[in-house]
Write a protein that binds this ligand. Structure first.
Ligand SMILES: Cc1ncc(COP(=O)(O)O)c(C=O)c1O
Length: 398
């Protein structure tokens, strides 16, 4: 029988640890076990009612034909309004911000072009860059410096092939918010590399806990002619399933991204765009309410994690993740007699002993860690973390 051969461009695109852990959790659930998933980065809130209503109204109005490829003018205008000096020509609406990332890299990278990404970073970045023919240059950061990018290391990583620096603030998985000082330091380095652009993924912009968020757009106005902001409605408005995201940047880049999108998806679902317009132009009070709720959950999760021996969890400033170092427990033996060596070992043990799904740090290019998503109810968080505490206490220390 003929066997399928994958294209080279996806040969290194593996199933992510996030998917592996979600599948393992699903399998355990199928056995009847009450597994709590703290794996996926998805708010447990529902989409606001006025947003749902706008989508239903769009269906009744027969707004169901092919969309304008770049996005509905009203939605492009609503996004542009947030960015001083931007017009609808600077905006592309895509099927999730993930698709804006793919559009951007497909539109700009030639084989071997480099994209510098501070680690830990969201798993998908590396795969998207690779699929688009680019080469990922990992720039490690550490908890000691609040996961802030080191300008010296960035300078050393720059090369004539550097095409993008991709930052993410607030960060998935660390929750770190990039300081304006660090952004300005990046700007200074970019001044010496006119062919290298800045991409700033700001999808968690509204989820910050007592630390101010600064958009690269506001901090580095002189770089706007080579900057792409990535944003969307998924996280702030609990709209992950609607698949609406945005790229915000110079018109010539946006035009190239639209050309990719024209052959990729033909644009974003008209009904979902109607919903996104309602989200951006409707009442914004829920943002503050939900932010407070995530803030409370962050504090709850931190208090549990900080009480567990052998774990080290920096305080996240935004998004809805904690990123914990567990290396003091590495080499320990579980009550099942297994030695904990890798991040996956640790997370599989927690799944088995605490019926809780968490994600290995290796998936974020940062070994020795695990990520918890606290976008779950306080009851679920409390139960899961209480179970985790018992499981961790049962490890025989190395
Ligand atoms: C950092 C980051 N960027 C982008 C996305 C994608 O969001 P969406 O495609 O739903 O807009 C995610 C989702 O987890 C994310 O964590």
């Amino acid at each position: 029988m003929a066997s399928f051969k994958r294209a080279d461009r996806i040969s290194s695109v593996a199933v992510s640890d996030i998917v592996v852990m979600s599948e393992a959790a699903r399998a355990r659930r199928a056995e009847g076990v009450d597994v709590i998933s703290l794996g996926i980065g998805e708010p447990d809130f529902t989409t606001p009612q006025h947003v749902n209503d706008a989508a239903i109204a769009a269906i009744h109005a027969h707004d169901t034909k092919y969309p304008p490829i770049a996005g509905k003018p009203e939605l492009r205008a609503a996004v542009a309004a947030r960015y001083d000096g931007m017009t609808p020509e600077n905006i592309v609406v895509s099927s999730g911000s993930k698709y804006s990332l793919l559009n951007a890299f497909m539109a700009s990278l030639n084989p071997g072009d480099e994209v510098i990404i501070p680690a830990p970073f969201w798993t998908s970045y590396a795969d998207i860059v690779t699929m688009a023919g680019g080469k990922v240059v990992v720039l490690p950061t550490s908890a000691d410096t609040g996961f802030q990018l080191d300008p010296e290391k960035l300078r050393a990583a720059m090369s004539p092939r550097s095409r993008w620096i991709l930052i993410n603030t607030p960060s998935n998985p660390t929750g770190a918010i990039m300081s304006p000082e660090r952004m300005r330091a990046v700007g200074e380095i970019l001044a010496d590399y006119p062919d290298c652009w800045l991409m700033s993924d700001e999808i968690y912009e509204h989820l910050t806990y007592g630390v101010d968020f600064h958009s690269a757009y506001d901090v580095l106005p002189h770089l706007r002619d080579r900057m792409l902001i990535i944003n969307g409605v998924s996280k702030a408005y609990a709209m992950t399933g609607w698949r609406v995201g945005f790229g915000i940047g110079p018109a010539d880049l946006i035009k190239a991204m639209i050309a990719v999108q024209a052959q990729g998806t033909s644009g974003t679902c008209t009904i979902a765009q109607a919903a996104a317009i309602a989200a951006l132009t409707g009442p914004q009070g829920l943002l503050a309410e939900r932010r407070q709720s995530f803030h409370d959950r962050r504090d709850l999760v931190l208090s549990h994690l900080n009480a567990m021996d052998g774990l080290d969890t920096p305080t996240p400033e935004g998004a809805f993740y904690t990123f914990t170092r567990w290396t003091s427990l590495q080499g320990g033996i579980t009550p099942y007699g297994d030695r904990l060596t890798t991040d996956r070992d640790f997370c599989e043990y927690i799944l088995k002993a605490a019926d809780t799904a968490i994600i290995p740090g290796t998936g974020f290019a940062a070994e020795g860690h695990f990520r918890i998503s606290y976008a779950s109810s306080t009851e679920e968080l409390t139960t899961a973390l209480t179970r985790m505490a018992s499981a961790i206490a049962a490890i025989t220390r190395p």
